[in-house]
Write a protein that binds this ligand. Structure first.
Ligand code: AFP
Length: 343
């Protein structure tokens, strides 16, 4: 493997900016601020268990789920790192019901930041990889004024950048700002994110599927058939596939992005919109996976083309390698036709 250039995230962002004549440098500064928040959260995640930070706060978040202290820490840290840079007009977090305004004392900028401060947080106590996901849009409301809910409720297609940080065996930050998908590993000695995965391209086809099979009984009949198909033996199509499911979307998708794989969180008869949130999880991850050559849909429609109507809405998602995602869509469409014929 050829040696990578010794490239810090900060330098990479500046180099990327030069590819866009007329860029003001604001997006670069915003991404640098985000990387600082990531370093601080990473440090705290690594201290989990040592610092008296594990355990529940006793509160429920807006989705009725129990909140852990690290979720709150990461949420607060993101806001503290991002509210005063002068680049943002509004923020929204998976952990807060309403939009988050920029305090009056700070300059109001032209960008919008949506984030999931700690995805997969139910895994914290078991030392399993978790992550932060972020999504950046340009505001659509008039500049100079406070941002609005409408600034946040944009189609994923409008993202100008998106990224995630996985706190795993090492901490890695992956982002795209329209010129490829790049990964940076945090060097704990220097405290710097160093380029480790340049221009990530996901394979066209995979051998891994990731889904919570405990929900099998409640799935669409086409999805049931697709999963059974993946488990059959066939040399030509490299089946059976391997099943890998961490239960931490950001870590599951990161693995699949690198090695190839399809991640699914479908609708089922109990949850018609699936579980995952469009704005904080599905849009940013879809933006990244598509930029790496993959595909992401809700089974029928491209995730990035869904027009959001509320901040915390959920969507089913099928995301990963192009051929695999297309195939699951075909399986589900076929069954739909049969159901309609029977009716
Ligand atoms: P938590 O943040 O509550 O752990 O949820 C994680 C998550 O949103 C996503 O990261 C996982 O892929 C998914 O939920 C796992 O859900 P199931 O436990 O239903 O499989």
């Amino acid at each position: 493997m050829p040696k990578l250039k010794f490239m810090t995230l900060a330098r990479h962002i500046i180099e990327g900016e030069k590819l866009h004549p007329g860029a003001t440098g604001e997006l670069s500064k915003l991404l640098s601020d985000l990387s600082l928040a990531a370093k601080v959260i990473s440090l705290e995640v690594n201290k989990a268990g040592l610092a008296d930070i594990l355990g529940f706060t006793g509160d429920n978040n807006v989705h009725g789920e129990q909140v852990k202290k690290l979720d709150i820490y990461a949420h607060d840290m993101m806001i503290r790192a991002m509210d005063h840079g002068g680049h943002l007009c509004i923020m929204a977090s998976e952990e807060e019901e309403d939009i988050i305004h920029i305090p009056n004392r700070f300059r109001i900028g032209k960008y919008v930041l949506l984030f999931d401060p700690l995805d997969g947080s139910s895994n914290i106590d078991a030392n399993i990889s978790i992550g932060t996901i972020f999504s950046i849009y340009r505001r659509i409301s008039p500049e100079g004024e406070p941002g609005t809910l409408e600034d946040c409720l944009q189609q994923g297609l409008n993202q100008v950048a998106a990224g995630y940080i996985v706190y795993g065996s090492s901490t890695i930050l992956v982002y795209t700002a329209g010129h490829g998908v790049h990964g940076f590993t945090l060097d704990p000695a220097f405290g710097e994110f160093l380029l480790s995965h340049e221009d990530i391209k996901t394979p066209k086809k995979s051998k891994i599927y990731s889904i919570n099979e405990g929900n099998y009984k409640y799935w669409h009949p086409g999805l049931k058939k697709y999963i059974k198909y993946l488990q059959e033996e066939d040399e030509a199509t490299e089946r059976p596939y391997s099943s890998r499911y961490i239960g931490s979307m950001v870590a599951d998708i990161h693995r699949n992005l690198l090695f190839g794989g399809i991640f699914m969180y479908p609708a089922d008869s109990r949850n018609p919109n699936g579980k995952l949130r469009l704005m904080y999880e599905c849009n940013p991850m879809s933006f990244i996976v598509e930029a790496a050559g993959g595909r992401a849909t809700n089974g029928k429609k491209r995730i990035l083309e869904i027009q959001p109507t509320s901040l915390h809405e959920r969507t089913p998602i099928f995301i990963g390698n192009e051929e695999d995602v297309k195939l699951v869509e075909e399986f589900m469409a076929k069954e739909e036709v049969q159901v309609q014929v029977q009716e």
